[in-house]
Structure formats: C-alpha cells, structure tokens
Design a protein around this ligand. Structure first.
Ligand SMILES: [Zn+2]
Length: 466
C-alpha cells in the first residue's frame, strides 16, 4: 500500500511540474521533488498524474442493453428498457464489474451507481453490486433506484384525466428496504457508500422523497436523483405541483450540499439560483442527453451562478458506453455552440477539476478526495504520455480532454491500492469477465416494443407531435 511515484508530471497553477508523490497507508503524504523512496518505487517519467475522476451518475445493469434500444426520447426509451428487464443477480454482478472496468480505464476511480433493483430481490441486488465493487476495488456510491409510481405516471396527462396503475410495492416497504440496505452495506471506510436515491419527481411521491430525506438525516447519507431531464418532466412538474420541480424539491427540503442531481436540462433562472443557494451539485450527462434528445443542459449558466458541476456517463444503454473521458470531452465542448462568448467556454483544466474535485464536493468528500493534496486519499490515475493518442507532445491535459485518448491509463490506485498496472486491471480476471458477458448474451436486431407501442400515442399527443 506504500509507494513513491518518481518524476511524474503534475498539473500546477496552469502549468506543469515534474515531482515525486509519496503515498503511505492509502494517503498522499508528500508531494515534492527528490523524495526518499518509501514502499514500492513507481517510475512516473513521461507520465501525467491526476486525481481520479468520478463517474457521478450511471445505472450499471444497463450494460446488458447497450446498443439495443432504437433512437427514442427518454419516456419511450424507458418503456423499451422495461421490456428487456428484469435481469438476474449474476447479470447484475457482471455489469457492475463491466461498468467499473470501463470507468477505471477512462480515468475514473469512483462510480455513483443509481442501481436498478430486481423486484422481489432488492437487497440481493444491492449485495451483488457491493460484492462486485469490492472485488474490483473501485470506490462505490451505490444509490438504489427507487420509485413508488408506475411508469405511465412519468408522462404528463395533458388535458386527459388518466388513471395509473398503482406501483407494485408500497412506499413504506420501499423505505424499509433502503433502511435495511443502509444498515447492512454502508461502509465508507471500506469504499462502499449507500445513497438515498429516489429516481425523480416524475415517478416518486412526496412521501417517498420525505422518507429519503429522513433516512439521509438519520444516517448522514448523500442524496441523489434525476432532475428535469426532459421537456416532458418540466410539463409534468407544473401539472403535479403548480411550480417548477426545483422549487418543489426545495420546499420539501431535498436539496442541500450533499445532493447530486443528474441531467438538469430544463431549469429556469430561478431554479438555477435555488441550486446555487442550496449548494446542490449538477451531474452533467451530455452523451445521454444527446442520445435521448433530452436537450443541452445550461452548464455555463450553472458555472456562472456558482453551482458545482461534475460529469457522469449515465447508464450504458443511453450512452452507449462508460467512457468517462468521452463524457468529459463532449460535456465541455458542447457548450461552445450555445455560449457566444468564448471567454466563458470550459477549458480542459476546468473540465478535469469538475470531473475530480466537482465529484468529491457533490458527495461531501472534498476534504478527502478530488485533488492531489497532501492528506487526501490516494485515488490516483497515471496516464502514459508515450501513448500514440497523446503524441506528439503538446499540452497533456489538452490532449486528454480534447483528443481521443485510447488505452492511456497506465496505473490507477483507489485508497492507495493498485487496481491498474501497465494498463491492465489487476484485481479481477478480465478474460473471464469478457467470456461471461459473451456467453450470457446473443446477437440480435432491435425488436418492436409492446410498451412503447402502448405509450407512444399519448406521448405524441401531449408533446404536440401529431
Ligand atoms: Zn440516469
């Protein structure tokens, strides 16, 4: 667990310096040139050391459907996804590993898994994800995805009075499951954290939100939710509350400095001010927002208002990968077309900080993670600057963010434990994982979805598409 990285390049006040970094018992203990070697010596020459990034919003089990769902907006895409689930716990295990591997190989050392639960096997699902993340060694924030309304309730009624089927599990049963999960699995010191995570206002009652707030207060847990991902959700919030979803969430007390909110595409100025006031964090999922046609989140406005922003890949069937560097790239340059003043555009260095310190802040861990600082935990990634995709030598961070980096992670550590060595994951057998993913799937063409066919006419009408 003790090591000293010699002569590595690090980011220092808009420039670079070559230095040594010492790690003892999982903590960064010194950053300076010519340090004595403690533990293993790591050759950092021609390599760039950065703090690990956060994949701050994903749904690991969606890996089983990646590439399979046709181009559809969120509400119909979700109906199609429902056709293809539920999965079994063995699949949950394999897709959690797969999600962790792709996150690690693209610079992430932490993952927030808004974990889809198998009905009737909710605790087994969470236990399985815990096992997978502990085996591979990524820092995991498991946010069991809960709701208490049926899928059709997520689409605005419009002028019609619609009755939705009741959800199969009661609100109190759902909250009881989450409390048990917290007691069993929330072990931050072991790298496993449980979050309270109602899926969003579109499918959750106020009782579910307030129940989650109570659990968050009782056990000191972070909060996570989707927020205003689509235009339809904006309309739905007006129907449900007579105000914006953000105003409502503030009123019921869900927003605070350890709440992370995925997407945040359809917010007004007043909503943005509420996020700033409450110190909530926006998780930007640009690829998913493009894939589902959800819109472009006003990230530059958030940054200007002082709102903390970080990046996520979102589930692998709305992306359809878990390449964090790709999400960081698109999530940065996308806004150059919406913001006329180039002085406000996101720079590569800013993007790196959003992906690392921004993620740590959102999870209330900015004093422990997110930067190369003496005293912080050693969640570190060493990039190979001799890699073809990072040559010729120009600005390493510019290349990493704006380029198309391929297999650039040389080494990665979580809490000082080495998980990637020479570009290879060391903690699990990747060939076995590949074989299992292969064996448990088959080539197929896209199927027609009964759920989508049923919901599409109402969706088209309410969204003015007829
Ligand atoms: Zn999501």
């Amino acid at each position: 667990m003790n090591f000293t990285i010699k002569n590595t390049l690090i980011n220092f006040t808009d420039s670079y310096i070559t230095t040594d970094v010492q790690v003892v018992n999982g903590q960064i203990t010194a950053i300076a040139p010519n340090l004595e070697i403690i533990g293993t010596e790591i050759n950092g020459e021609n390599k760039l050391l950065l703090p690990g990034f956060f994949n701050a919003h994903t749904h690991s089990s969606e890996m089983w459907q990646r590439g399979a769902i046709p181009p559809l907006p969120l509400e119909l895409w979700l109906s199609h996804l429902y056709d293809l689930t539920p999965l079994d716990t063995e699949q949950v295990y394999l897709s959690a590993l797969g999600t962790a591997v792709e996150t690690l190989l693209s610079g992430g050392t932490s993952v927030v898994d808004h974990l889809v639960l198998i009905p009737g096997q909710e605790l087994e699902t969470i236990a399985t994800a815990v096992r997978a993340y502990q085996e591979i060694g990524i820092r995991a924030f498991i946010a069991p995805l809960i709701q208490d309304e049926s899928l059709s309730a997520g689409i605005p009624n419009g002028k019609i009075d619609l009755n939705h089927e009741p959800y199969f599990r009661s609100t109190s049963e759902t909250l009881a499951i989450i409390e048990t999960a917290i007691k069993q699995f929330h072990h931050p010191e072991a790298g496993i954290n449980i979050l309270v995570a109602p899926t969003g206002i579109q499918l959750c009652s106020d009782d579910l939100f307030t129940g989650c707030i109570a659990l968050s207060n009782k056990y000191n847990l972070c909060r996570h939710s989707h927020l205003l991902e689509t235009k339809a959700q904006e309309k739905l919030a007006e129907e449900k509350y007579g105000c914006s979803a953000v105003q409502h969430l503030q009123e019921i007390g869900f927003l605070n400095n350890y709440t992370t909110l995925a997407h945040c595409v359809w917010l007004k100025e007043t909503d943005i001010n509420i996020l700033a006031q409450t110190q909530s964090t926006v998780v930007h999922n640009p690829l998913s927002n493009l894939r589902l046609g959800s819109g472009i989140a006003p990230i530059i406005k958030y940054l200007q208002a002082g709102v903390n922003v970080t990046f996520g890949c979102d589930g692998a069937s709305s992306n359809d990968s878990q390449d964090l560097l790709e999400a960081i790239k698109i999530g940065s340059i996308l806004h150059n077309v919406t913001e006329p003043d180039y002085q406000n555009w996101i720079t590569p260095r800013q993007a790196i900080e959003m992906a690392s310190l921004g993620g740590a802040k959102g999870l209330n861990l900015e004093n422990e993670l997110g930067s190369l600082t003496v005293g912080k935990k050693a969640d570190l990634v060493l990039y190979d600057l001799n890699n073809l995709s990072l040559l010729p030598r120009t600005d390493p961070i510019g290349l990493l963010v704006l380029g198309r980096p391929v297999n650039v992670v040389n080494s990665a550590w979580v809490n000082g434990k080495k998980i990637i060595n020479n570009g290879q994951i060391t903690t699990i057998n990747i060939d076995e994982l590949k074989q299992e993913l292969f064996n448990r799937s088959h080539w197929e063409t896209q199927q027609e979805s009964v759920n989508v066919a049923n919901l599409a006419p109402h969706y088209r009408q309410v969204m003015g598409l007829n």
